[in-house]
Ligand binder design. Structure first.
Ligand code: BG6
Length: 478
């Protein structure tokens, strides 16, 4: 056992998931088709293929999830036993507005989340909700071109208002767009579709399109923050960013300069959300590239007046970057990266860097001065279910010990306000990047494989008992 620091009273220890990765029931009770519903299963190192329509014989893992749509009462009992104080999930947009552009919501979808939220509360678990977690209605992609189209702002605001009005009395913490900054990797079609519903574009236009779509999302995020505060002043709205610190590969000043730009490029979404304006370097860069981003004076006023209440972030790994000699410091997330010789990797090549949690929290606090919320952190691994129903995931415990320790130092030694810690994913679910079930993150094992075969039974892993004790000691017994 490792001795940690006690967290402040009321600290939200929890878990986090997203609707499309565990609910299944993809076409039930009026739900429409989301982008996750047209993604076939990939594999470690094999990208997920996107189909134009749902193919009858395709292996779509998100259609099944872990059947949480039906099993949530029993699953929340297990989470109560685990000791969770909070649980983050998302509202599948397509359960509320099946195509995204309707004017009236689907009552069956609202009723489902009513029941889900009440069940959490009955188990003493505070719900934390994401509005858009890689679940854009597919109709908005095929008919409107995704977030490149300004009309999506209206559709998203309508959706957000409906769910704030319905659930805002019971749900305090909300976030707008999950890992909005993943699209820094605009050279990869996967985040372009997941984040912004961008598909069927000319590769040469990808970077500009990404900035345009992001701008629409940022305006939508600000409008939704405004709406939340009007509807219920108790609601707190956060942005949600994927925090992967980017370090210089060496102490060469050019590498340090490049790493600074990499951080600016990955986190300008955070600047706009928290500071209400675009950074100068980015305006200059757009000008240099000849990008036409359509930032109107009205948009600027909306952004400035409606900054977020807190900064939510995921943390899994860190990266290193090397200078390319480009005087505009153009950052290419595919080609500028290298390995960090001081760090180990997971089986999926994610570099394990606990110290980076403390580093990142300090970096964000100094920049944005907003309370923070860790809403994802975890270790994707192949687990083995033993004949007696046990799972010995000591590697996951070791990962969490290091990361929680670094987080606690940031809170206790550096004085950074942190609302809570919601590790990914509490219970095993479908991986977002690969569609695998076998890339497992949970404290609870789910007996299903990549083809959806298995009993679906739940089992407590060794990490279940360990996390129980972490929560019970408020972070002291790691
Ligand atoms: C984050 C996402 O990128 O990381 C989650 O918000 C995702 O949806 C998690 O599941 C882990 O990534 P993956 O690809 O291993 O599931």
């Amino acid at each position: 056992m490792v001795k940690g620091y006690r967290m402040p009273d009321g600290f939200l220890w929890g878990g986090a998931v997203a609707a499309h990765q565990l609910e299944g029931a993809w076409d039930v009770d009026g739900k429409g088709v989301s982008i996750a519903d047209v993604m076939l299963a990939g594999k470690n190192g094999v990208p997920r293929e996107v189909t134009d329509t749902v193919l009858p014989d395709g292996n779509y893992p998100n259609h099944r999830g872990i059947d949480f749509y039906h099993t949530y009462p029993a699953d929340f009992k297990l989470m109560k036993e685990l000791g969770l104080k909070a649980f983050r999930t998302s509202i599948a947009w397509t359960r509320i507005f099946p195509n995204g552009d309707e004017t009236e919501p689907n009552e069956a979808g609202l009723a489902y989340y009513d029941a889900l939220i009440d069940e959490m509360l009955a188990n003493g678990i505070e719900p934390v909700l994401t509005l858009s977690h890689f679940e854009i209605p597919y109709h908005l992609v095929t008919e409107y071109g995704g977030w490149r189209n300004r009309q999506l702002i209206t559709f998203f605001e309508r959706f957000a208002r409906v769910v704030f009005e319905r659930f805002g009395d019971r749900v305090k913490y909300w976030m707008t767009f999950n890992e909005i900054n993943n699209q820094t990797s605009w050279m990869d079609p996967h985040p372009m579709l997941q984040n912004s519903g961008l598909k069927d574009y000319d590769e040469a236009d990808a970077e500009e399109l990404m900035y345009l779509a992001s701008h629409h999302e940022l305006v939508a995020s600000a409008l939704v923050t405004k709406a939340a505060h009007e509807i219920n002043p108790n609601i707190q709205v956060g942005d949600m960013i994927a925090m992967n610190p980017v370090y210089p590969a060496t102490s060469k000043p050019e590498d340090i300069m490049m790493a600074e730009r990499a951080m600016q490029a990955r986190y300008f979404w955070g600047d706009v959300h928290a500071l209400g304006q675009y950074p100068n370097w980015l305006r200059k860069y757009w000008e240099h590239k000849g990008f036409d981003i359509d930032v109107t004076p009205e948009d600027e006023a909306i952004l400035a007046a409606n900054t977020v209440d807190y900064v939510a972030f995921s943390y899994y790994m860190s990266w290193t970057v090397t200078d390319t000699g480009d005087e505009w410091l153009a950052y290419n997330e595919e080609s500028n990266h290298g390995d960090n010789p001081f760090l180990q990797k997971s089986d999926w090549g994610w570099q394990i860097d606990p110290v980076g949690v403390r580093w990142a929290m300090n970096w964000m606090w100094d920049r944005w001065h907003k309370p923070m919320f860790i809403v994802e952190n975890g270790f994707g691994a192949y687990d083995k279910l033993e004949a007696d129903g046990s799972v010995h995931d000591d590697y996951r415990i070791a990962y969490f010990q290091g990361h929680i320790e670094a987080m606690e130092r940031a809170v206790v030694l550096d004085g950074i306000p942190l609302i809570g810690y919601l590790p990914w994913s509490g219970i095993d679910i479908v991986s977002a990047s690969t569609g695998e079930m076998l890339k497992r993150y949970g404290f609870i094992y789910v007996d299903l494989d990549d083809m959806g075969q298995g009993s679906g039974e739940r089992y407590r892993k060794d990490s279940f008992k360990w996390y129980q004790q972490v929560i019970a000691s408020n972070g002291e017994d790691l």
